[in-house]
Design a protein around this ligand. Structure first.
Ligand code: ADP
Length: 323
């Protein structure tokens, strides 16, 4: 019999609950005991464990967020913080820890795993910036939420012949903005990876009307140098010369709150089952993700030392299809 622990860390992503449920029920099927850790690494340092049975994870697969809570914990970034977490895991006689989270969280899980403690990561972030997984838990749902807003804005934009700017999440990574731009039919996409000047945005939006379009929409990532705030200030300052107004919608945290769609529920379930299998076969120190369409494990060391680059061809696709 083994005792296994699971936590969610960093930014919440829709589908985390489905992953927790899969970890718990697969472990129970192995006749293992499962303990959830509340509030991510902060709970690990505080020793905040709760026993989880099959019924405790009932009715959560359809819920966004995470039943265990999540958070950011700077103490875990210190040697002392991680040593305390390790003491709690040992005191509770936990044999392995599963960490559901994004880039930062998996950095933490890698450091913990380097101490020799068995850790398995599950790729979960709406940013989709994690090396070792083509797509991560929460991306699809967040994208669909952004898309729904863009589709609606397009209706009103067409009626009034107005230019709209939609800002989506993505501090360092423009994946969500680029995919929302392509699938929402935006006229221009602004992402952190490619600097676009405000004059260029204005030119693309004006060009859309000149080509006979009834709407002009820009999708912008929050982390781009010219994000909603910067572009809005620029357009206000130059409104007379540019000859049109820009209406700004910032989606913000609304993108996180949705109920996970079928894709995220299934992905999270597959990841959760696979993470338990890694513990079962004593193949820890890895991140469970999706590679070439299959669930696969990548050493956490590789996850830490590599960055997933945005597919630059897709940026070109967004430009071509905006004609
Ligand atoms: P995400 O996992 O969504 O990328 P964060 O980057 O905020 O979210 O990271 C979540 C938590 O992971 C942090 O609050 C911290 O506890 C831990 N973490 C992040 N970076 C490191 C690091 N370099 N070393 C140790 N722990 C880290």
């Amino acid at each position: 019999m083994r005792r296994i622990s699971v936590l969610t860390s960093g930014g919440d992503a829709s589908g985390m609950n489905a992953a927790i449920r899969a970890v718990v029920r697969t472990s129970l099927d192995n006749a293992w005991e499962v303990f959830g850790v509340r509030r991510g690494y902060a709970g690990l340092i505080a020793g905040d464990f709760i026993a989880l049975g099959a019924r405790d994870v009932g009715g959560i697969i359809q819920l966004g967020g995470t039943m265990l809570g999540t958070g950011r914990c700077h103490e875990f970034e210190t040697d002392d913080g991680r040593a305390q977490a390790l003491r709690n895991l040992r005191q509770k006689e936990i044999d392995a820890l599963i960490v559901i989270g994004g880039d930062g969280s998996q950095h933490g899980s890698c450091l913990l795993s380097q101490t020799g403690f068995p850790v398995v990561g599950i790729a979960s972030t709406i940013d989709n910036d994690l090396y070792g997984s083509e797509i991560t838990i929460g991306v699809d749902t967040a994208l669909n939420i952004a898309l729904e807003s863009i589709d609606r804005l397009k209706v009103t934009a067409s009626s009034h012949r107005r230019a709209f700017l939609v800002e989506v999440m993505g501090r360092d990574c423009g994946y969500l903005a680029l995919m929302a731009g392509i699938t929402g039919g935006a006229e221009v996409v602004v992402i952190p990876e490619v600097e676009v000047q405000p004059e260029q945005v204005a030119k693309e939006l004006r060009g859309a009307y000149e080509r006979g379009k009834a709407h002009a929409i820009a999708v912008v990532a929050e982390g781009a140098r010219y994000n909603a705030r910067a572009l809005s200030a620029y357009f206000q300052e130059h409104q007379e010369r540019l000859g049109f107004e820009l209406r700004v919608t910032t989606l913000g945290h609304v993108q996180r709150g949705g109920a996970p769609g079928a894709f995220d529920r299934l992905l999270a379930t597959r990841f959760g089952v696979a993470a338990v299998r890694q513990v079962e076969t004593n193949e820890c120190g890895v991140l469970v993700g999706l590679l070439k369409g299959k669930v696969a494990a990548t050493p956490l060391m590789d996850v830490m030392s590599n960055r997933k680059a945005l597919d630059s061809q897709l940026f070109e696709v967004s430009r071509i299809l905006a004609q």
